[in-house]
Ligand binder design. Sequence first.
Ligand code: SAM
Ligand code: DTB
Ligand code: SF4
Length: 322
Amino acid sequence: MTMKTVSELRRLYDQPLLELIARASDVHRQHRGYGDIQKCALLSIKTGGCPEDCAYCPQSAHYATSVSRQPLLTVEEVCRAAERAKQAGATRFCMGAAWRSPPREGPEFQRILDMVRAVRNLGMEVCVTLGMLTAEQARQLKEAGLTAYNHNLDTSRQFYPNIITTRTYEDRLATLRHVAQAGISVCSGGIIGMGESIDDRLAMLAELAQLDPPPESIPINCLIPIPGTPLEHAPPVPPVELVRLIAVARITFPASRIRLSAGRHRLSQETQILCFLAGADSIFYGDKLLTAPNPDVHDDMQLFNTLQGAAQDCSVSKIPLI
Ligand code: SAM
Ligand code: DTB
Ligand code: SF4
């Protein structure tokens, strides 16, 4: 991949909106049809009490939020949730743990490996997000059958210290290197709506473009402002800014999945459709993200009906996902 500078990306971003969308759409259709939208289910397998101070996060122990702590789930609990997600139409199962990094001692990491094996056995792709990883932990996850590892850069290098002080940008890049070296697909993106500039958003894409290979999937989260966190009063991102960023991401990463991630429950159906037109081709699917709300499955079935223009079987829409 050629090096992208922020000013190059900015020229793309500032094109007339419809020109930008049309260009992104051309790139998109050279790689995939518009009907191919990846559905990923998400499950929090260890919730709350995290020692990190990420200013957006309901699970940080630094802030008083309404999230209650829950220890690591059992393999059986995970399997039941994954089976329901598969039945509802998800093809990838993503598990998140509120850790700085997975414990090196004790049985918990072995249980994670068992979870990965069990979900793989259901015939689903498996992704986990567990914080910072050593090269050895990445190797063990690969051996267990892990498809992808999610670890977000979150924002630009410059804006990052405003959001997180307990781990560095370099720490994040080191984890991404361990993941890639182990042969696991990298899933890495960020959050918009935390007070960063447009150039910060583009600088984050430029950092991702320096990874070799580029990330297999790139989640674009809109901040869900959580009461009790420092960002609780952050205003929502204007929808057109989200659409422009997705279009630039699509043009920059022609073959990656661009995941329209957190915050979808506050977007209209029309905004989501514009995001798909601009090249988003993946979503989190299921009534809950890790702790925060997501559109319910029934609403997403309606969205897909609208996109397909044909009546689809909505009978699975009443199954609670997780
Ligand atoms: N603890 C692990 C870590 O951060 O490395 C994994 C779980 S963490 C919750 C995964 C990602 O969720 C974060 O990197 C962030 O991008 C996203 N996230 C967390 N809280 C969010 C919020 N309130 N709104 C939008 N995205 C959020
Ligand atoms: C990602 O980029 N977004 C997901 C997933 N990776 C793990 C998490 C969104 C979390 C939103 C806040 C919550 O549910 O607690
Ligand atoms: Fe912990 Fe991850 Fe939340 Fe940061 S984003 S506080 S590391 S759970």
